[in-house]
Ligand binder design. Structure first.
Ligand code: ZN
Length: 354
């Protein structure tokens, strides 16, 4: 297969606090700024801009002040005139577009990683907007492969399987296993890596990462809003480190072979059952669906449990994959969960343009 050639990745941005109460990204950006102070700019393979996207919301530990910042990056909102009644986040989106974009321009940042948490059991999910951004999809494929390796490594660890206790062999295996495990501990994610494609035209796409030429959101959960969990932070940090590794390898001229990548494509959203006149909730996510993000949902499966104890079943004939199940920030948006279709995308072999 012929290679696709793309320019080297020269400038990237890592953004946290786009939602001010999603703390892994807030603390990771602060940690990266500390590392830069301590070790200098060469700590990363390319220049990295670190951004606290919504500093006012971070200060107040709220998702947003006036409106959801991560819905403000469509071309229309970015070019809207500023008036006295313009929300803080729309002004901030235009500032960030000037800093990291302008969106859809040759001068835009090459790649934005925007860091998010969710209260749903999403594991590590990479979200982006097109099915033909080969560079972003290659990074996603690279992260997925590392997760697969991690699972294989843990099940094949010879230290736990051996039944013959020969001191010399045992010592050798200990040393070898420690080397392998230390390497993987630094480099390999410990949860499944899923790729979610929104498939919305870039000009209409409303998320921060759409300001750059390539890019994606890194969503890690479950983590309650306003809470920091070390395990979730570690997964996010590993994802950012692996992205940096990929950029370094790509820029050095390594050929990335093409192939298939499994992605989930957003299809539709489902709201909670509500009382028609007041819009009050009358049911919660069913215990059999809670925490089962990306399972296969088929007709007849329980989805909600009403407060009087009745099960509400999934009525659609199409089997789909639910995700963002019971995300706390989506109650106000009228979303109990999204539904996606699983697909395989073929991506071409890729290397850097010399
Ligand atoms: Zn978020």
């Amino acid at each position: 297969m012929a290679s696709t050639f793309l320019p080297a990745v020269g400038r990237i941005a890592v953004c946290g606090g786009t939602h001010g109460n999603e703390l892994s990204g807030v603390y990771l950006v602060q940690e990266m700024e500390r590392m830069r102070k301590e070790k200098g700019d060469n700590v990363w393979p390319v220049p990295v801009i670190t951004v606290l996207s919504n500093p006012q919301a971070v200060k107040e530990c709220k998702r947003y002040i006036g409106t959801d910042l991560n819905r403000c990056f469509s071309s229309a909102t970015l070019s809207a005139p500023i008036t006295d009644s313009t929300p803080y986040e729309v002004r901030r989106a235009q500032e960030l577009n000037a800093l990291l974009g302008p969106k859809e321009s040759a001068g835009a940042t090459d790649l934005i990683c925007d860091l998010h948490n969710t209260t749903s059991n999403l594991g590590l999910t990479l979200i982006h907007y097109t099915t033909d951004d080969w560079l972003t999809l290659h990074i996603c494929k690279y992260l997925q492969a590392r997760a697969t390796d991690a699972n294989q490594t843990s099940t094949r660890n010879p230290l736990y399987e051996t039944t013959v206790f020969v001191p010399f062999v045992f010592v050798c295996m200990c040393v070898l296993t420690c080397v392998v495990m230390c390497t993987f501990k630094k480099k390999i994610t410990r949860v499944p890596v899923r790729v979610l494609v929104m498939d919305i035209p870039i000009s209409a796409a409303y998320s921060l990462e759409t300001v750059s030429k390539h890019g994606f959101s890194i969503e890690v959960g479950p983590q309650p809003s306003g809470v920091i969990r070390a395990d979730i932070y570690e997964v996010m940090k590993e994802a950012v480190d692996l992205t940096m590794d990929w950029i370094k390898i790509f820029n050095s001229g390594t050929v990335f072979e093409g192939g298939d990548i499994e992605v989930f494509i957003l299809q539709k959203s489902i709201d909670y059952p509500r009382e028609p006149s007041t819009r009050e909730l009358i049911a919660a996510i069913h215990p059999q669906l809670q925490d089962r993000d990306f399972c296969l949902l088929k007709r007849g499966d329980p989805v909600f449990l009403t407060f009087s104890g009745e099960t509400v079943k999934y009525e659609d004939d199409e089997t789909l994959h639910p995700f963002f199940i019971n995300e706390c920030a989506y109650y106000e948006k009228g979303i109990a969960f999204h539904l996606a279709k699983k697909r395989k995308l073929s991506i071409p072999r890729m290397q850097v343009q010399k």
